[in-house]
Design a protein around this ligand. Structure first.
Ligand SMILES: [Fe+2]
Length: 324
């Protein structure tokens, strides 16, 4: 690797290689002039890097997270889709928009008939957290009471003049019917293993966050988010969505990345399907939240809320991280 400025070069192991006019650098101790190193660890098919040479080993940092995912075999999946979008908001603002369900009623009102947004359970561990939002159940904030068929129709985005393509058996709940449909969808790929999986694993949103920026969804949801600063610009960020799917037989090729600019709609990434429209609703908010950060502040506005426990936890850890 060669520096384009004066032509110093380094070997692939990071040690110092060639120094032009070496005689002029008698003071240089080669062992002190290696390239910066990062610590590397792997889990679940993911590679983690940490620029802090004194960081704890990844296994220790992950704590019980691998046990939580042991049942779901992240390593046995392939990249079915990968989208990377520039968002006009700080990377912390962007991940806040994707780590809780309290915003569903305001931002995604179409989901309220089938998503128990504020009935979510939020759990915080040391370096990771989780929110479980029950699917196939109505939000307690909904002003009317949907029937089981209503729940199913909203869930499947079926219009008033369209037939329901998943039917309810007498007395069957929407939750059970949609879990049964999902189970059959996965059966050709993973076989009868699907019979061991609970309805909750198919229907609920089980969204984990590993500090500081990694969000693998639990169970058989394919979503994994990663949020990163966009270079040195603190007012924009990279929102990455990986769709990780199980496969049978030979591992399929990983999908090519779809790059989206700040003015592109998430719907331009066809691989996101219905999620594209949902993410556009989140995308409408984030630049305004960013703008708001520089305008006013309400002290302690999320200090006590249960719904925003994950956001509070993220900021508490970030505070410790930067030495506040
Ligand atoms: Fe959202």
């Amino acid at each position: 690797m060669q520096c384009p400025f004066h032509g110093f070069s380094w070997k692939l192991d990071g040690s110092l290689g060639h120094v032009p006019a070496r005689w002029d650098f008698e003071h240089v101790d080669d062992s002190q002039w290696s390239l910066p190193e990062v610590k590397v660890g792997t889990w679940g098919g993911f590679v983690f890097i940490n620029p802090d040479p004194n960081c704890v080993p990844l296994d220790e940092f992950l704590g019980a997270l691998p046990q939580h995912f042991a049942r779901w075999d992240m390593e046995g999946r392939y990249i079915q889709g990968h989208v990377c979008k520039v968002v006009r908001a700080n990377w912390k603002v962007v991940q806040e928009a994707f780590c809780e369900s309290y915003h569903v009623g305001g931002t995604h009102p179409q989901a309220v008939p089938y998503l128990g947004d504020v009935n979510s359970q939020v759990d915080i561990w040391d370096t990771f957290s989780r929110v479980i939002t029950p699917g196939g159940t109505a939000s307690p904030l909904l002003a009317w009471e949907p029937s089981e068929e209503d729940i199913l129709r909203y869930m499947l985005d079926i219009r008033v003049d369209e037939e329901t393509f998943v039917s309810l058996a007498p007395g069957q709940k929407a939750r059970a019917a949609s879990a049964a449909a999902a189970r059959e969808r996965w059966r050709p790929v993973v076989g009868d293993l699907v019979d061991e999986w609970s309805d909750a694993e198919f229907i609920d949103n089980i969204d984990y966050t590993l500090f500081p920026n990694f969000h693998p969804w639990g169970a058989y949801n394919r979503i994994v988010y990663r949020f990163r600063p966009n270079g040195d610009d603190h007012t924009t960020a990279l929102h990455e969505i990986f769709l990780l799917a199980p496969f049978s037989g030979e591992r399929p090729m990983a999908a090519k990345t779809t790059y989206l600019g700040p003015d592109d709609s998430y719907t331009e990434a066809a691989e996101l399907g219905m999620l594209g429209k949902v993410f556009d609703q989140d995308g409408f908010n984030m630049p305004m939240v960013q703008k708001g950060l520089t305008q006013t502040a309400k002290a302690g506005s999320t200090l006590a809320t249960y719904q925003e426990s994950k956001v509070r936890w993220l900021h508490q850890l970030l505070g410790q991280w930067v030495g506040e």
